[in-house]
Design a protein around this ligand. Sequence first.
Ligand code: GDP
Length: 446
Amino acid sequence: MFENLSDRLSGVLDKLTKQGALSEADVATALREVRVALLEADVSLPVARDFVKAVQTKAEGQAVTKSVTPGQQVVKIVHDELVHVLAGDAADIGALKIDSPPASILMVGLQGSGKTTTTAKLAKRLSERDKKRVLMASLDTRRPAAMEQLAVLGTQIGVDTLPIVPGQDAVAIAKRAKQQATLGGYDVVMLDTAGRLHVDDELMGEVAAVRDATKPHETLLVVDGLTGQDAVNVAEQFDGQVGISGVVLTRMDGDGRGGAALSMRAVTGKPIKFVGLGEKMDALEEFHPERVAGRILGMGDIVSLVEKAQETIEAEQAERMMKRFQKGQFNMNDLKKQLEQMQQMGGMQGIMGMMPGMGKLSKQMEESGMDDSVIRRQIALIQSMTKKERANPQIMQASRKKRVAAGAGLEVSDLNRLLKMQRQMADMMKKMGKMGKKGMMRGALG
Ligand code: GDP
């Protein structure tokens, strides 16, 4: 699917990975080319712009990792950003809210987008994979051929379709389908609405009326992935006028420009839930942002190389720290690092409670009202110390204490509590280190 974009991006990034050191100008040039490649793949301008900006910011802020080149690191950042753009923050991809039977799924979209085919593909998936009893109904009263098409597909995949009653309008058919689903004990009823060649008021009015009559659990928009930016515009219109819960991108088996996938989430805020990968009834897949990003970039080896290198470095750092702690070397720099990690991991008590032997300290902290604002103040105190004081907190005498406390806008008593905590932790680390030498903690720490 993303052949052109993929070729362009790997061309640009290949040049980067072949260089040893990277200047800011190198990265800027590469990112300009990335932007052009995205635009040529029909990614919308604001999305392409934000994409490049995000990569640039991350590239500037990232520490250099040993054993990979800066260019390889940039590739990894581009990859992660692709995943982010494709997936957004939500975890609602591939999932449908169809727990309360009979749950209704409204299938909407333009004529020729692959709506009827996708309805049948999804019905097949739900009945075979998820063991749901599915009923399909075509609401396309204007095109008897479309109704026939769904009936034929139903027979082919072994899923029931609602018998056709000539003369009924879309809302009447939808109501009959829901009734039939309730009576017949179906888990899911899929409503294949009529399409038009373009978005028009009549179409939207009809779909909205069906929506009001059936209160669907999911409203899935089927759009042709080959139509690029148009697909995104159609999605915005349907979402604005009918409200959609997700998108199915069809024809992703073609070597289209792929821009629709990249812009869809960012522009509409709606998840791509499935992709159509062919005309056959099982050519429907859950949308996998990681996989798609991998396909777009075509540089999976570099991505996993950088991931491994980063993991190794983190492990090395942790090990170095552990060795120092075992010798009782736990100064204010270490405490600051711990406090910052605790902030990231959501508060102190939880974490202390999880560490062996720290339950008591955790309780003390709880009693002294140790919350995130306390952590912030403690970090401020440490920041107010000189380099020498951080490394050797035992040199803190009265005058130093006054200066440090004032520097953080706090009292000397606050600083005393921090110093006590640092001493306690250093002691504890030492004890744990000794236990480690006897072998008791080895399993737990290593
Ligand atoms: P509708 O008018 O939106 O209901 O469109 P149809 O379901 O009738 O599909 C129109 C054509 O697109 C049919 O020939 C389908 O086989 C084809 N089609 C649908 N989905 C896909 C897909 O994911 N990949 C490919 N290659 N063809 C598809």
